[in-house]
Design a protein around this ligand. Structure first.
Ligand code: ADP
Ligand code: MG
Length: 377
């Protein structure tokens, strides 16, 4: 059916609005005084505030140090410059004003430019300084994961075959009735061969078996882990919750998601236990883990865009990941713990990737956040 005469296509402003809402780039428009006239959805997400609360606010209040931004707006509006660039840190703002629920400060790069001829409206583009670095890191993680997989497969094969022979030979010696030191040595060989075999099995585990896909409730999984870790650490570590209960269930392998969450929460509990705390239970100085869930819109994971993703943050107030290890904690066999295997995070990352997701880590002493992103197709 052809369009009726006189019935034009939708006004351009309508589709242009929705176009801006699909951008991952964050875009705002303000007037010459720096009062916000428009923000796109990416800005709402970044500031965790609804558009109606942002429009009319002073854009310089979005950053920690308002003066340079206010000044840039003034100068561009006064036509002293066509375009100005500046670096800033996002202020902590959050919808309900709940402390701690906003994103940690983020470094951003802002570009302020003239939007119309008289300078009455200005365009502010912002880029997260971390975005480029993050994309590179993600790509590196994926390449590494692939390399690990091949290395581990080959190694497991090379070790596994002779290992069976060594174990069998030692058992044969045991059965031939040798005694004393000879028997002890044979037992030792069997024991160590078993230990090596179980290491090989654990290295291979993430790449074995098919996914058992079903409906998964992230909060049910979190609660299960909370009970397990609470019992394991005899209640010495407080595990708090900050759930967005409106999150939907998703399709995934519950056992593997459970393993991810368990590995992250256990690591946090171990880091806390190894650390000297001075606060009594329940006070801010006491060891504490926080499980936080949120929805994230318009996320990019490994180069792919998703409209919606579930976010689980496992936060602890322990000593943080040692600085020289931060780049490598997802690599196999990297551990700073006596008795650690260095496989917990490797496994968790492999399981996250099997769900098209990713785990990232931000860590400073006193605040470590492991964030699991699970896209909702
Ligand atoms: N929440 C955390 N706080 C501090 N360090 C951590 C935390 N989570 C992981 N790590 C560091 O990352 C290393 C690797 O963790 P993981 O892969 O689970 O292996 P493992 O627990 O066997 O050492 C740990 O040894 C620890 O040093
Ligand atoms: Mg671990």
């Amino acid at each position: 059916m052809s369009a009726r005469p006189g019935r034009a296509s939708p006004p351009r402003a309508l589709w242009a609005d929705s176009l801006f809402d699909h951008l991952t780039t964050r875009v705002a428009v303000c007037d010459a005084q720096g009062l916000c006239l428009y923000v796109n959805a990416a800005i709402e997400d970044a500031l965790n505030l609804a558009r109606r609360r942002l429009v009319g606010s002073r854009v310089s209040t979005w950053v920690v140090d308002p003066a340079p931004l206010q000044d840039a707006v003034r100068r561009v509006a006064a036509q002293e410059a066509l375009r100005l660039r500046l670096d800033a840190d996002l202020a902590r703002v959050s919808s309900a004003g709940e402390p701690g629920s906003a994103a940690p400060e983020r470094a951003v790069h802002l570009i302020v430019s003239r939007f119309d001829a008289d300078g009455s409206r200005l365009l502010i583009e912002w880029q997260e300084t971390g975005v480029q670095a993050r994309h590179e890191r993600e790509a590196r993680l994926q390449v590494q994961a692939q390399a690990h997989k091949e290395l581990v497969r080959n190694l497991a094969h090379e070790i596994g075959n002779p290992l069976g022979g060594i174990r069998g030979a030692a058992q044969l010696l045991q059965m031939q009735g040798i005694a004393g030191e000879g028997l002890e040595a044979a037992q030792l060989i069997v024991h160590e061969a078993d230990r090596l075999q179980s290491l090989v099995d654990r290295l291979l585990a993430p790449h074995r078996g098919v996914l058992h896909i079903g409906d998964v409730n992230l909060h049910e999984v979190c609660e299960h882990v909370r009970r397990l870790v609470w019992a394991e650490y005899a209640g010495s570590v407080g595990i708090e919750r900050d759930y967005d209960t409106s999150l939907p269930e998703f399709r995934g392998d519950r056992e593997r998601i459970l393993q991810i969450v368990l590995n992250l929460v256990r690591n946090a509990a171990q880091a806390l236990q190894a650390h000297d705390f001075h606060g009594a239970p329940g006070t801010p100085g006491a060891p504490r883990i926080l499980l936080r869930t949120r929805a994230a819109r318009q996320v990019t994971i490994g180069g792919q865009r998703w409209r919606l993703a579930l976010v689980l943050q496992v936060e602890d107030n322990g000593p943080g990941v040692p600085e020289d290890m931060r780049e490598r904690i997802f690599d196999p066999l990297v551990t700073a713990r006596a008795g650690g295997t260095g496989l917990g995070l490797t496994l968790a990352q492999a399981f996250a990737q099997q769900h098209q997701g990713i785990i990232e880590c931000r860590s400073v002493p006193g605040r470590t956040v492991f964030e699991l992103l699970l896209p909702l197709p």
